[in-house]
Ligand binder design. Structure first.
Ligand SMILES: [Zn+2]
Length: 436
């Protein structure tokens, strides 16, 4: 009786493994990877390492081999991390971190009350005015923050407005003011990014909702820590050997890092970008372990994508398999939606076009996606440096459907509909499974 029960349980368990690679398991992966515990999978609170370890453990549990002696490929790069309490106030009124203000990731720490010095957009493009401000406030500038209201820009000449935009963009990396930092007044928070975050900057740069600062306010307070230190990043690399051509590789990639955190309570969950792609590649690994392919299938989970494709660039420069033996590579980034189908980047010519045409045939046969769209190559995700080394590579992202805001704190698991997830999975497992 006991024995019989056990064997039924085993059979049940087995079918569970075979059919486990769907959006239900994907949901579990996305839920964990985008949770507060991982603080946006950046350097702060070691979120990136927690995510790497989660992926490694999953690959190991599926029985996927490490690509070299171990799953991790390591490289080092300086990075900022903001941990602990983050407080902001305007004239004593509390500002809500994340909602009312956001601190650029490369900002110098601030821990005090600062005088607010207003600089108009027209003053900002006038070097004479800048010198005057530096002179007039010489004594208090180190204890001041320059306020530029970017919601109130009225240049008569287009060329002045163009210059203003250029000066404002440059301000983030080097300021002509001898102040502790810059506050930019905005209508809504700009799209977040990590560009330029490996270098020590000489200032703090903070976006504040313009309606949270009154024209009467004379002071602001900011308290937060931010430190630049070397950080070891890991690419997580696994493989399932091919049954006929083990020296030829089909490579499936995604990035698992995201934008990290702004202190203890604000983080960028990155469910759509790119916990969804990780869940997809994890499911692919589980699937191909059960249904081996004629070619070896390699799974690469990159770090450092948000800081400028660091992980994939490192892999291409230090490949763990001969790049010339890659039959093709598919990069999955932003898999959370799909009501309007998928976009294939780098699919307008060569091998990319061939892949597009093959996918189209399978899609028409199986009726999975409303549309497969094409665009030419761009340096917008981890496929890019492979294409620079002549590896046939395309990048897939979903179009339409409910997902959270791009590079925003609203990119949560709840906002990720995964509408076409199972269908995209079916499309790619079918195509790769039929490789002759
Ligand atoms: Zn991404």
């Amino acid at each position: 009786m006991k024995k019989l029960f056990l064997s039924i349980l085993c059979a049940g368990g087995l079918s569970l493994i075979v059919y486990a690679q769907d959006s239900t398991t994907a949901r579990e992966h996305i839920k964990y990877l985008s949770s507060k515990e991982l603080h946006g999978r950046g350097v702060a609170y070691d979120g990136e390492h927690l995510a790497a370890e989660y992926i490694r453990k999953n690959l190991e549990s599926f029985g996927v081999e490490p690509l070299s002696e171990e799953y991790f490929q390591k490289y080092e790069k300086p990075a900022f991390s903001m941990e602990g309490n983050v407080i902001g106030k305007a004239e004593g009124r509390s500002l809500l971190a994340g909602e009312d203000f956001r601190i650029m990731p490369f900002s110098q720490p601030l821990n005090d009350k600062y005088r607010l010095i207003r600089v108009s957009p027209s003053d900002l493009i006038d070097n004479k005015k800048i010198n005057e401000i530096n002179k007039k406030y010489a004594n208090i500038l180190p204890h001041s923050l320059i306020y530029i209201d970017n919601t109130n820009v009225n240049f008569k000449k287009d060329k002045d407005e163009k210059k203003y935009k250029e000066v404002l963009a440059k301000l983030k990396f080097s300021s002509p003011f001898k102040a502790a930092g810059i506050i930019e007044g905005v209508d809504k928070m700009p799209t977040w990014g990590l560009a330029g975050t490996f270098h020590e900057s000489n200032l703090a740069y903070i976006y504040v909702k313009a309606d949270k600062i009154s024209h009467k306010d004379k002071s602001v307070e900011f308290y937060y820590n931010n430190k630049l230190a070397d950080y070891i990043h890991y690419n997580v690399c696994g493989m399932i050997p091919g049954t006929e051509f083990p020296e030829q590789y089909i490579v499936l990639t995604c990035h698992y890092d995201h934008l990290g955190a702004m202190g203890e309570n604000v983080y960028f969950p990155g469910a759509h970008d790119n916990a969804s792609g990780c869940a997809f590649v994890l499911n692919m690994a589980q699937y191909f372990r059960e249904h081996p392919c004629k070619y070896s299938v390699v799974f690469l989970f990159f770090s450092g994508e948000e800081s400028g494709l660091l992980g994939s660039k490192y892999f291409v420069e230090n490949p763990l398999i001969p790049l010339g033996n890659i039959k093709y590579l598919i990069n999955f980034d932003l898999l959370g939606g799909g009501n309007d189908g998928i976009m294939l980047v780098n699919s307008t010519e060569g091998k990319g076009l061939e892949l597009y045409e093959r996918l189209k045939v399978f899609n028409e046969e199986l009726q999975l996606l409303p549309k497969i769209s094409q665009r030419s190559n761009a340096a917008n995700s981890d496929h890019y440096f492979f294409t620079k080394h002549k590896v046939p590579a395309i990048f897939l992202y979903t179009m339409g459907g409910k997902v959270g805001g791009y590079h925003d704190t609203s990119d949560t698991n709840e906002n990720c509909s995964l509408t076409m997830f199972d269908n995209i999975f079916k499309l790619f497992t079918t195509m790769i499974g039929k490789e002759e």
